[in-house]
Design a protein around this ligand. Sequence first.
Ligand code: SIN
Ligand code: FE2
Length: 204
Amino acid sequence: MIELAPGLILHPARFSRAHQEALLADIREVVRAAPLFTPTMPRTGKPFSVRMTNCGSLGWVSDRDGGYRYQATHPLTGEPWPAMPPTLIDAWRELAGFDPPPEACLVNFYDAGARMGLHVDADEKEPRAPVLSFSLGAACLFRYGGPKRNDPTRSVKLSSGDVVVIGGESRFCYHGVDRLYPATSTLIANDARINLTLRRVTPA
Ligand code: SIN
Ligand code: FE2
């Protein structure tokens, strides 16, 4: 494991290929029940380049009128989110260092041109719980900085099977994804990447 910054821990190749395939199969089930949607920015309504869905009791959504928020239902189907697969809950137990279970798993689907601007994960009400991030498919350039938008940033390449723990002093650090690396996915077709983030949303 590599401490990128205090509390920001990279576990390279934490998941074996077999484990990645099992996770991907679980996520395909989730997407069948809760189709990917395109979130939009608060106020401007500008679409994200990443498509999303969720599993767990709560899911993160964003749109022009409602802004960033967690809610119990899919924004398009109105259905409750599918249950979180046990593989993910097991991973939280192993890696989070925080007993109460995660409530949300945000599934980010990046196609080859997608990116994610610098932001802080700040919509959760349990600051003691980390965010756990799992990478599947194409490699990406992940950027991270400090608690202020204009703090200096560094970047690291994340590959399929890597896990990042965003916790401790880095729980509210700015982070984002600059770009994907072409032709680096042997797991997902069309050079796509899936990122899963597990979150505790309500106070434990
Ligand atoms: C996120 O910050 O929500 C996504 C990070 C990633 O895709 O690695
Ligand atoms: Fe994030």
